[in-house]
Design a protein around this ligand. Structure first.
Ligand code: IPD
Ligand code: CA
Ligand code: CA
Length: 261
């Protein structure tokens, strides 16, 4: 039942992305210079809420555009109605609906669907991860030098030691490819299916990563915070890798001298 509702809610949100993509719709700005929210973000959120409320009216909801809808329940739906809104608003088809389900403080299921590329990622704790119903697995690269990485940057720049630009600078100076897709949920899924060997970001929200982090773990990867501690989606930093390069990538992020070039 829970899984069916999750799939249906994700599809309902994604149908709104497809309906609005590359059309004329209203765009509003949130904090920051260019941090848009569109009519499509709200329509996707409404469609997702409707499915959840019809099936589990007593569940807690945390969603990017509406915040917390508090209920006395052990279940919490963590929703990003469009992850990759800047891409969406520029007609770049790298964006997705992302929904994670938490039960008693643990993420137990996640779905990330990019309808523009027809790619539906799903994971259930203990049952592996899939892309369009086929099992997926992380890559087997064993060094950062051989890796293709991904990262993202916050809307409001974060100037701190080992901050986003410092880490990016280190890796780029070394000659390591670091991509910036513009959708953290898809960055995580692309680690899960082996396209990227690792992903890190400094300032995410729970709705960006709740589904994707479970999908990486269930695909055999490793996810921690930026201090290399077990991952918790309610704090900002993330390192997600195939497991093999995790310690080494953590060293690059911390700026350990042995990695300086
Ligand atoms: C953003 C994307 C982006 C990441 C930002 C997020 P949004 O989410 O995931 O890749 O770098 O930190 O805020 O605003 O498109 O839902
Ligand atoms: Ca997001
Ligand atoms: Ca969003």
């Amino acid at each position: 039942m829970l899984k069916q509702t999750l799939l249906k809610a994700t599809e309902a949100g994604a149908a709104e992305l497809q309906r609005y993509f590359n059309t004329n719709y209203q765009v509003f700005n949130k904090e920051g210079v260019n941090n848009p929210v569109t009519e499509a973000d709200h329509a996707s959120e409404r469609a997702i809420f409707e499915v959840i409320r019809n099936n589990h009216p007593d569940h807690f909801i945390l969603s990017e555009e509406s915040g917390e809808i508090i209920q006395d329940s052990t279940y919490k739906w963590i929703i990003d109605p469009i992850d990759g809104t800047i891409n969406f608003a520029n007609n770049i088809p790298i964006c997705a609906v992302s929904i994670g389900i938490e039960q008693a403080g643990e993420i137990i299921m996640g779905a990330v669907y990019n309808p523009m590329m027809n790619e539906f990622f799903f994971a259930q704790r203990g049952f592996g991860a899939t892309l369009n119903n086929e099992r997926i697995h992380v890559s087997s690269k064993d060094s950062v030098d051989k890796s293709c990485l991904a990262t993202g940057f916050p809307y409001t720049y974060l100037d701190s030691p080992n901050g986003p630009l410092q880490v990016f600078d280190r890796l780029i100076r070394r000659g390591i490819p670091v991509r910036r897709l513009g959708s953290a949920a898809l960055d995580l899924c692309w680690v899960a299916c082996g396209r990227f060997d690792g992903f890190y970001e400094h300032k995410l929200q729970a709705w960006d990563s709740a589904a994707g982090f479970l999908i990486v773990e269930e695909a055999g990867g490793k996810v921690t915070d930026l201090e290399n501690h077990p991952y918790n989606p309610y704090q900002p930093g993330i390192i997600a890798t195939n497991g093999k390069i995790h310690e080494e990538l953590f060293g690059w992020i911390k700026g350990e001298n042995k990695y300086e070039v």
